[in-house]
Design a protein around this ligand. Structure first.
Ligand SMILES: N[C@@H](CCC(=O)N[C@@H](CS)C(=O)NCC(=O)O)C(=O)O
Length: 219
């Protein structure tokens, strides 16, 4: 099958897409576009070929069609490669909750980083930045708390099989305010997500694309 091309960056949400592709066993070409590097705008500009919003991840299909939005890409991959069993299939009783939490991580949590990473985008006075960041961190922790209270996990977040939701939460919960806050907010998800960290098939990927450096889990 012709190659998929992923625009990504180390330590970004695109690493969840790389994790899904790794578990699927689907080779892909990777183009790094570090969209938040103000010292190297040319790096981030690479993704403009696939996403006018200048955000990663973006996945370009063999047809040339571009998919953006991490949740959509992850759900699409699970559908395209059903043998990998990375999502409850349409018709499965867990499908509704799966779609709910995939959308929730994207809409309620991940989208906040557009402001949090550069508060001057909405509050031009630099003095407003620290308060905005602190309150956004509180909101993110509150969202994890609500998700933890509402979800009923099994061995994995969606029951007895690992899904792209586990991969998605494992990556997004590593963004600031990082894992210690996540563990405290959603203790019933903590051990599950730690098991994603130690998944044998993902060790090389984590080491290369999102290493567990000292202090990686604290703010
Ligand atoms: N809604 C997008 C958000 C993607 C996103 O925020 N990506 C970050 C990297 S983790 C980015 O490229 N940020 C640069 C920017 O927003 O300007 C998705 O779910 O894929």
């Amino acid at each position: 099958m012709p190659t998929l091309t992923l625009y990504g960056a180390p330590g970004s949400g695109a690493v969840a897409v790389e994790a899904a592709l790794t578990l699927i066993g689907q080779p892909y070409s990777l183009i790094d576009a570090v969209t938040w590097d103000e010292d190297d705008r040319t790096s981030g500009d690479r993704v403009l070929a696939a996403n006018p919003l200048r955000q990663v991840p973006a996945l370009v299909l063999p047809t040339g069609e571009a998919l953006t939005e991490s949740a959509a890409i992850l759900i699409w991959l699970a559908e395209q490669y059903p043998d990998a069993r990375l999502a409850p299939a349409p018709g499965d009783p867990r499908r509704g909750q799966f779609l709910r939490w995939m959308s929730f991580v994207s809409a309620a949590i991940y989208s906040l980083y557009w402001v949090k990473d550069d508060p001057t985008r909405l509050a031009p006075d630099p003095a407003a930045g620290p308060v905005l960041v602190a309150r956004t961190d509180d909101r993110i922790a509150e969202c994890w708390r609500m998700m933890g209270e509402q979800i009923t996990p099994g061995a994995w977040l969606m029951g007895e099989a690992l899904s792209v939701l586990d991969l998605y939460v494992a990556v997004v919960s590593r963004f600031r305010p990082r894992r210690q806050r996540f563990y405290a907010a959603a203790p019933n998800m903590a051990d599950i997500i730690r098991r994603v960290d130690v998944h044998p098939q993902l060790q090389t990927l984590w080491a290369e694309r999102y290493p567990f450096e000292p202090g990686w889990d604290a703010v």
